[in-house]
Design a protein around this ligand. Structure first.
Ligand code: F6P
Length: 551
């Protein structure tokens, strides 16, 4: 299928070949020595987007590496690709679709004609409908089946119809109006349904069935269970409309499910599920923080879009983050990437980025179908700091794998207590420092000597205390976490992931791998109630199914 921008084997590009040599030349590169030799390293290796700062000076790069990496981006066609995406080219080649999530955050004054329609105008019409809903619900005009106001919203959705709204609702808690509590029901595990239904009162609960396809098993099963739960709680069939709304690009399926047509907010084929929190899929966010804050979130993302499109490659935050990821994945053999958010409100960021990054870049063939002879997306993992310091940072510091990390922190706390924020910030900085500086053998020995240990004891113990150091990290600092900055932060990662996909020559917008599990699930299900004998299936699946039947 025709690509909207050049898609080539990156390993054949001159910059890739030069980077291989650069990697060999940098075998003994020491970040610490580089800092000692260049007092301007922080200034030279940090980039601003408005008041957000990315410090990438603690990376295994020198100015030649940086220049070669930006040449790689240039040679791979990154600027054209960013523009093609923004303009609505059909860059999702296997599904013949655009990936136009950026259109969801364009201002109303903008326009983009896509397949004969001004989609920016269409987006803003949906925003107006969202606003109406938000006002009705927050203002108490929307009532439940017994005339009481709605106090709780349960979003039924999974993957992209869950992770973005959950992240933003949590992250923006300090901006919540307090009118509505949001809950997220994603899993097919009935325990989640049980837990959430115990926290809410049926007559005061609104369900949002959030599914781009309206065909996702978990979501449909949970929506059916919620419907039955409402009926069992005394809601009439006629009053169900007061308790169910839907967001979907498959309006007819939502109607067939029983959602009143006026209660269905549309989304579009040109928005990928994991990029959809900016559409009406973000309704729980708007219900929690109000439409003005939701618009600020969109605006922050749009500002980042402009930065990604227009900043030169060597001062372009998402491009730099993408290139550093490529440097480690393809030239250092890094297989994972840690997201270390030093902000409790960002506790769901790693989960969100797992889907964004791993569902997008967990691919094994290029656009042209050729298998990759190089690594693509790494495993994304992480959690909040400082908790991680007392868990997996041990591996980051002394394990055998090199795991590049992103530290993310807001300078100001939303809820200051004593000097907690200063300690939080100090810990964030000292962890990236510890990764870089490590602890050499001589220092470990000296410390033990000062404690009075004997030389044989020192010899035995010091080696365990050695921390190799020279381990890379980025630090992203926001003045504070608010809707605008959160929008920018999420869009930053969206662009990072896309830029990497362009360099790897892969399609970041399909997810065929996920489909296989769904297909096989349909085959296994009838085995469990004995309605299929599973002829031809493997003995492991049959044996495990038999255990289920016995239980
Ligand atoms: O898990 C695969 C997936 O297709 C994701 O890409 C998507 O975000 C999720 O399922 C939910 O899909 P839908 O919004 O169509 O229910």
């Amino acid at each position: 299928m025709q690509q909207a921008y050049p898609s080539v084997n990156p390993a054949s590009l001159p910059a890739w070949q030069a980077l291989l040599q650069q990697r060999a030349a940098m075998q003994y590169y020491s970040m610490q020595a580089a800092f000692d030799a260049d007092p301007q390293r922080f200034e030279r290796m940090s980039v601003h987007h408005q008041d957000m700062l990315l410090d990438y000076s603690k990376n295994l790069i020198d100015s030649t590496t940086l220049s070669l990496l930006t040449q790689l981006a240039e040679q791979a066609g990154v600027p054209q690709a960013l523009q093609a995406q923004y303009d609505g080219a059909l860059i999702n080649t296997t599904e013949h679709r655009a990936a136009l999530h950026s259109a969801l955050r364009r201002p109303a004054s903008d326009s983009l004609i896509f397949e004969g329609e001004d989609i920016v105008a269409a987006v803003h019409q949906v925003h107006a409908r969202m606003e109406h809903l938000v006002n009705q619900l927050q203002g108490g005009q929307w009532t439940g089946f017994d005339g009481q106001t709605i106090t709780d919203v349960v979003n039924i959705g999974i993957g992209g119809s869950f992770l973005g709204p959950q992240l933003a609702v949590e992250a923006l808690q300090p901006f919540a109006s307090g009118h509505l509590r949001c809950h997220f029901l994603a899993n097919i595990d009935s325990s989640e349904f049980h837990q959430i239904s115990r926290q809410v009162v049926p007559a005061r609960t609104l369900f949002i069935v959030s599914s781009k396809s309206f065909g996702t098993l978990e979501t449909l099963k949970n929506a059916q269970a919620a419907r039955q739960w409402m009926l069992d709680s005394g809601c009439s069939e006629a009053d169900l409309a007061r308790h169910f709304i839907a967001v979907s690009s498959n309006v007819s399926k939502a109607v067939a499910f029983g959602i009143a047509e006026e209660n269905i907010l549309p989304m579009w084929d040109w928005v990928g599920g994991r990029y959809s929190m900016w559409s009406a899929i973000g309704l729980p966010i708007a219900l929690s923080v109000g439409m003005a804050h939701f618009r600020a979130l969109l605006d922050g993302a749009w500002q980042m879009d402009q930065h990604a499109l227009h900043a030169p490659l060597n001062a372009n935050m998402p491009v730099i983050m993408a290139l550093l990821g490529i440097w480690y994945a393809n030239f250092h053999g890094a297989q994972s990437h840690a997201v270390l958010a030093y902000d409790n409100y960002l506790q769901s960021l790693p989960d969100y980025l797992q889907q964004l990054d791993m569902e997008s870049n967990g691919k094994r063939v290029r656009h042209d179908g050729q298998p990759l002879a190089y690594a693509s997306g790494p495993v994304i993992w992480g959690n909040i700091g400082t908790n991680g310091q007392h868990a997996y940072h041990q591996l980051l510091l002394q394990g055998t794998q090199v795991v590049p990390a992103d530290f993310i922190i807001a300078a100001r706390s939303q809820n200051p207590v004593a000097d907690h924020q200063q300690w939080l910030f100090a810990n964030c900085l000292s962890q990236s420092q510890a990764l870089m500086l490590g602890k050499p053998l001589a220092r470990a020995e000296d410390e033990l000597r000062q404690k009075g240990l004997s030389e044989p004891q020192i010899k035995a113990l010091a080696v365990h205390k050695v921390i190799p150091g020279n381990r890379p990290s980025n630090t992203l600092v926001l003045p504070q976490l608010d809707p605008q900055r959160l929008g920018a932060l999420i869009a930053l990662y969206e662009h990072k992931v896309f830029v990497q996909s362009v360099i790897w020559g892969i399609n970041a917008f399909d997810q065929w791998g996920v489909e296989l599990g769904k297909e096989l699930g349909d085959q296994v299900y009838p085995l469990l109630d004995g309605s299929s004998d599973g002829a031809g299936l493997d003995s492991s699946t049959l044996g495990l199914a038999a255990l289920y039947r016995q239980a």
